[in-house]
Design a protein around this ligand. Structure first.
Ligand code: FES
Ligand code: FES
Length: 165
């Protein structure tokens, strides 16, 4: 099948790759080594593949790579600070024991990031709604909700804009 060139910004860096027209963003990201993005249902149901496209949470199994031409894609790798320190959201998930097998975690982290960018101090209902499309088979969600609250508090202590990606 004929391949097409796609150019986009991935975690702040310009990338140029060749893709087949029907290849999803999920498969493309994993093929180029972005392995935080997990392959779950590939039907838009589980949220393990959640990334930000132009700062909006999207299930990357439901988008073709060609659709992100000229756009910005952010994954959990892109939240890590340049010195290697974890983003407060990632740290809060660890601190609150919101990770067991970890398969859902990068998607949860990205959905949380999108939530906290638009609502820095979310209500419980907002947290539930924001994570409604992200399934976890391990933790029972209580620790995940705690992690989101902790991340919210941690991010408020950062200098303005320091947690933005
Ligand atoms: S792998 Fe994309 S929603 Fe499940
Ligand atoms: S920690 Fe295992 S699926 Fe969520």
């Amino acid at each position: 099948m004929t391949k097409h060139i796609v150019r986009f910004i991935l975690n702040g860096r310009a990338v140029k790759i060749e893709v087949e027209p029907r290849t999803t963003l999920l498969r493309t990201l994993r093929e180029i080594g972005v392995i935080s993005v997990k392959r779950g249902c590939e039907e838009g149901e589980c949220g393990t593949c959640t990334v930000l496209v132009d700062n909006s949470p999207q299930k990357s199994c439901m988008i073709l790579a060609m659709e992100v031409e000229g756009r910005s894609v952010t994954t959990s790798e892109g939240l890590i600070f340049p010195d290697g320190e974890l983003h407060p959201i990632q740290q809060a998930f660890i601190d609150e024991g919101a990770i067991q097998c970890g398969y859902c975690t990068p998607g949860m982290v990205m959905a949380t990031y999108a939530l906290l960018m638009r609502s820095p101090d979310p209500t419980e209902e907002e947290v539930r709604n924001a994570l409604a499309g992200n399934l976890c088979r391990c933790t029972g969600y209580v620790s995940i909700f705690r992690a989101v609250k902790k991340a919210s508090a941690m991010m408020k202590k950062l200098p303005q804009g320091a947690g933005d990606r």
